[in-house]
Design a protein around this ligand. Structure first.
Ligand code: NAP
Ligand code: GDD
Length: 347
């Protein structure tokens, strides 16, 4: 049984990747942070105590800020594959907490790479780095490929550029099988609710169910290359199965604006987005990434991977999921209202 270690296992991508590796019969180890709630909604169904859960998933307390623990865990687990997905991944918030965002995304990556080296695993352990299209920032060519120059526009993107080069450096210096997946935005019903796509699908469906009256957004003109997260984690695995480590762009080669996303999402519910969306400058960023569009030709040629779920299908599957969620919330709210117990309603 091959062993994989995932940092960021509780996140959107970590949860889909854990599912994929469990299905491939890996022993899956994940690093989790202590928090005041023990809810791990995205991965609960995989844990041993859950009915139908699997005994092959193991969680370990740790933090990418804590090099001693990272070293200890990697030395103990001796993984065959490490997927480094952990990060403070919100670009806007990285302007509020720049030092922390860089400590986790940049130095955190170095901590993981060093821990692999210190454990004497450079020849045994394959490494995946969650690099980002944000590194292209003020784009120097359209579409972006593996050869396009980076021009990061946020503390998050600067940190990811460091992590990208650290990964290349460990590959070149120590012969490690270390690869970068330069993933363009990828979304799903598991997307965090403050990223723009999920913020829109949650709000549109809540508005449809009478739970919310408006949606506050920042820049509607920004364009992103949005794909489906569940498909994107397959590439992470494929990259580590290649004989040679390498770097790959993962994208759909189709770009839409935030405005387009609003129109599609509200339209699916029979609503006109212009009636509900209001501008709020708090959601603007000090420096914006205006356009991302990726060319995944190399991933297709070498890995045989290409995206299947396109923009409209992606919006539809997120809307369908969030509509069920909003309908349940509306039923619950109605129950508490009818029984006169509104203040007891759980958040
Ligand atoms: P996400 O949902 O925000 O998940 C981030 C994960 O990192 C969570 O498990 C989080 O744990 C963990 N984490 C945060 N700080 C940590 C720390 N100090 N120590 C250990 N773990 C920590 O992000 P995602 O969308 O799944 O993305 C996964 C990775 O791909 C990230 O590195 C992201 O930057 C990168 N990426 C994402 C996209 C995209 O479009 N989704 C595109 C390109 C690259 P908690 O649950 O405890 O917060
Ligand atoms: N989050 C958010 N909230 N974004 C908004 C809003 C809003 O209210 N209004 C407009 N936007 C715009 C942002 O200015 C940005 O241009 C675009 O919507 C997308 O924002 P996010 O969904 O927050 O994603 P991101 O592109 O900044 O970053 C995501 O993708 C990167 C890959 O390119 C994250 O997942 C990063 O971790 C990832 O690396």
């Amino acid at each position: 049984m091959r062993k994989a270690l995932i940092t960021g296992i509780t996140g959107q991508d970590g949860s889909y990747l854990a599912e994929l590796l469990v299905a491939k019969n890996y022993e899956v180890h994940g690093i989790v942070r202590r928090s005041s709630t023990t809810e791990r909604t995205r991965i609960e169904h995989l844990l041993p105590f859950h009915p139908g859960g699997r005994r092959q998933v193991f969680l370990h307390y740790g933090d990418l800020a804590n090099s001693g623990l990272i070293m200890q865990l990697i030395a103990e687990i001796r993984p065959d594959e490490v997927y480094n997905l952990g990060a403070q991944s919100h670009v806007r918030i990285s302007f509020d907490v720049p030092e922390y965002s860089c400590d986790i995304a940049a130095t955190g990556t170095l901590r993981v790479l060093e821990a692999i080296r210190a454990a004497g695993l450079t020849k045994k352990c394959r490494y995946y780095q969650a690099s980002s299209s944000e590194m292209y920032g003020k784009v120097q060519e359209v579409p972006q490929t593996e050869m396009t120059k980076f021009w990061p526009r946020s503390p998050y993107a600067c940190a990811k550029a460091f992590a990208y080069w650290a990964t290349v450096n460990y590959r070149e210096s120590y012969g490690m099988h270390a690869s970068n997946g330069i993933l363009f935005n990828h979304e799903s019903p598991r997307r965090g609710e403050t990223f723009v796509t999920r913020k829109i699908t949650r709000a549109a469906t809540r508005i449809k169910c009478g739970l919310q009256s408006e949606l506050l957004l920042g820049n509607l003109d920004a364009r992103r290359d949005w794909g489906y997260a569940k498909e994107y984690v397959e590439v992470m695995w494929l990259m580590l199965q290649q004989e040679q480590p390498d770097d790959f762009v993962v994208a759909t080669n189709e770009s839409n604006s935030v405005r387009d996303f609003c129109a599609e999402a509200f339209g699916l519910l029979g609503l006109d987005w212009k009636e509900f969306v209001r501008y709020d400058e708090r959601y603007e960023r000090p420096a914006e990434v205006d356009l991302l569009l990726g060319n995944p030709a190399k991933a297709k040629r070498i890995l045989g991977w290409e995206p299947k779920v396109r923009f409209k299908e992606l919006v539809k599957l997120m809307i369908e999921h969030d509509l069920k969620l909003a309908e349940r919330e509306a039923e619950l709210a109605e129950f508490y209202r009818r029984t006169g117990r509104e203040d007891e309603q759980p958040n």
